[in-house]
Design a binder for this molecule. Structure first.
Ligand code: BES
Ligand code: ZN
Length: 653
């Protein structure tokens, strides 16, 4: 109890001063407050959370987190009497108004003595509103009558559900080491509400601290300060002193060990893979240095990585100070490390300057994809960068073609309307690669030095704030388009933001290394070269991907036999290559790949690698039978939101 009081007092002191800074700066909360977030119930123009203090126990038997969160709230509207938070599948036991010493709680509230130090918490009336399939349920908390405190703390006692969409609970068998269970969170886009009741919108930023209890032999890590030498005793404390949006709240618990890479970088992983991971991602310290030279200081202290089990549905997640990573990127030859360049780059675009709602996700992902490519260029050279740019272009062109075919061209806009949509379902490469092409367009008009200066200024200007597309465009118009000698028109910018497909001003990347691959592929297809005559000895992973991704869709199984005999593609251990090959195999009905396909889909849960394989299978009756049989075995491995998407996909077909 004493302990908790102390941390409380500390926390409140910090937050009040932060609030003061915000208010004195004259840019308090107006920026993000203006726009409503259609994916949150929170009444953020009335109240804003500035700090969360978590106290949670992880129970692997029941697969639940339970405990409480103390939310420090500030009031923006004197007349407001109800606090609305986001939840999903949470069991809320109790809500109380805390009466911590440092708070300016009114003496008139509650019974008993005026000295708030001895006062007990005040129970608050609350109710969970109706459940929406996408948004969850609002938690409506009624504040006491005549309560007008500017800052106050509510304690919410709660428990998560075993099926929480933002948590994954794995049995020992589903881990690398097979001995201990593992759990991890994935809060982006709107899943934080399934493990913490809060204002689950990226428009709100808050600091946090946490007290996490786990079985004593497991280690907990968070998107916060992680002390490298924490004794492993099942009782862990964290502090995140920088204000972050809710989607960056993250927790992982497992049989983890730490291995340092550089002075401020390292990797947490299960013992059996920690060396392979540290070897694979050894360049990360150089990446941080490269990124700092390009875009200004890294402002988050350490940059560590957590290697998740293969069920993780994302490639990576930019949780601050602790990127979460799929183990499927450990290829042995560092060929897939652009993934870390990407998550690291989010330390500037995304974590420092944050999209204020998911409709502006291109501000996170488009800038980040551009930054990622610059890091790749700085470390591995322009040829490698060009290849990754072209693969990205090919992929966004496929997305545009698909949206066009489905009559959903509006989803090819950067400035997209997501009202009434689940952000998970609208996910595509548009914000990534079209966003990246937009920055490339700016570069083509400004030249690199001016673009880099603009990006640095943008990151500084909006550091630790949440912005939407409109804020960005105003900034661009005010600080860039007005400068002498800049030849970019508002109409051109508008076409990028609000037009569909790829704008006429896009500067499309090309790769000489791919031109060579394309020539060889064409000659093989025309019968001018046998598979054995293909000059693949020096091909990089990216060149193989370009070769496989661009094979015609009507190839016969016999033609794939030729490739497989020569290059052993069914046995490929690089997961991206295996994925591209399996897609070709499904299209061609190449039966020798079926055991590998099943093994792939039942051991990997990364959405990018599995979803389109199912999609492709569902196109034929035979494939559908195979998909259904494999899915029955694979489903327990998949993360909750992916399983839900695949359930729907298999049902529809
Ligand atoms: N922030 C994203 C992951 C994400 C996006 C999670 C939307 C939930 C909703 C992360 O930075 C990302 O983009 N990951 C990519 C990796 C990449 C190299 C493009 C992924 O997981 O594939
Ligand atoms: Zn990203």
């Amino acid at each position: 109890m004493t302990c908790q009081r102390q941390s409380h007092g500390f926390a409140v002191g910090v937050h009040l001063s932060r609030l003061l800074v915000l208010l004195l700066a004259g840019v308090p909360m107006s920026l993000a407050g203006a726009a409503e977030d259609p994916h949150s119930y929170a009444n953020i123009s009335e109240f804003r959370a500035i700090h969360a203090s978590l106290d949670l126990s992880a129970d692997f038997q029941t697969q639940q987190l339970s405990g409480y969160v103390d939310l420090t709230m500030t009031r923006l509207d004197d007349a407001a009497t109800e606090l609305k938070l986001d939840t999903r599948d949470l069991a809320v036991a109790k809500v109380e108004l805390q009466r911590a010493p440092a708070l300016d709680l009114p003496r008139t509230v509650g019974e008993g003595k005026a000295d708030s130090r001895s006062a007990r918490p005040i129970p608050l009336k609350f109710k969970l509103g109706p459940v929406d399939a996408t948004l969850g349920a609002p938690l409506q908390i009624t504040l006491p009558a005549k309560f007008d405190a500017k800052t106050f703390v509510v304690r919410i006692q709660y428990q998560t559900s075993p099926g929480a969409s933002g948590l994954q609970w794995l049995t020992p068998a589903q881990t690398a080491g097979k001995q201990q269970p593992y759990m991890y969170s994935q809060s982006q886009a709107i899943h934080a509400r399934s493990w913490i009741p809060l204002q689950d919108t990226p428009a709100v930023r808050l600091t946090y601290d946490a007290h996490i209890r786990t079985p004593p032999n497991l280690l907990a890590v968070m998107s916060a300060e992680n002390a490298v030498d924490t004794p492993r005793n099942g009782d862990y404390r964290f502090r995140m002193p920088q204000a972050i949006p809710s989607y960056l709240f993250a927790l992982g618990v497992g049989d983890l060990t730490f291995k340092a890479i550089g002075p401020r970088t390292g990797v947490y992983a299960e013992k059996v893979i920690v060396d392979a991971a540290a070897h694979e991602f050894a360049d990360v310290e150089s990446m941080v240095i490269a990124c700092e030279q390009l875009f200004g200081p890294y402002r988050w202290g350490r940059y560590d990585m957590l290697i998740l089990p293969p069920s993780y549905m994302w490639g990576g997640m930019e949780n601050p100070r602790l990127t979460f990573l799929t183990p499927t990127a450990i290829a042995g030859d560092r060929s897939l490390v652009s993934l870390i360049a990407h998550e690291l780059a989010h330390s500037w675009s995304g974590n420092l300057v944050t999209n204020a709602s998911w409709a502006s996700i291109w501000l996170n992902e488009g800038f980040t994809t551009y930054l990622e490519r610059r890091i790749v260029e700085a470390l591995y050279g322009p040829d490698r960068r060009a290849m990754e740019d072209v693969l990205g272009l090919q992929s966004v062109k496929r997305d545009i073609a698909n949206f066009t075919q489905r009559g959903e061209l509006q989803f090819t806009k950067l400035n997209v309307d997501l009202r009434g949509r689940d952000p998970d379902d609208s996910f595509s490469d548009i914000p990534y690669e079209k966003g990246r092409l937009f920055i490339g367009f700016l570069e083509s008009r400004l030249g690199r030095p001016k673009l880099d200066a603009f990006l640095r200024d943008y990151f500084d200007h909006f550091a630790f704030q949440s912005v939407n597309t409109g804020d960005f465009v105003s900034y661009l118009e005010t600080y860039l388009l007005t400068q002498p000698g800049i030849h970019i028109t508002k109409a051109e910018v508008d076409e990028w933001m609000n037009g569909t497909g790829l704008p006429s001003t896009a500067v499309l990347p090309t790769s000489n290394a791919f031109v060579q691959v394309d020539t060889q592929r064409t000659e093989w297809l025309q019968g001018k070269r046998s598979a054995q005559q293909l000059e693949t000895a020096k091909w990089s992973t990216q060149q193989w991907l370009n070769f496989l991704d661009n094979l015609p869709h009507d190839l016969t199984a016999a033609r794939l036999t030729e490739l497989d005999t020569t290059f052993k593609l069914t046995a490929a251990t690089n997961n991206e290559i295996a994925h591209s090959w399996l897609l070709d195999a499904i299209r061609a009905g190449y039966a020798p790949a079926w055991p590998r396909l099943e093994q792939f889909l039942t051991t990997i849960g990364r959405r990018k690698l599995v979803k389109d394989l199912y999609e492709e299978l569902l196109k034929t009756p035979d494939g559908k039978a195979r998909a259904t049989a494999i899915y029955a075995k694979a489903r327990p491995l998949y993360q909750v939101p992916l399983a839900q998407q695949l359930d729907a996909m298999l049902r529809q077909n």
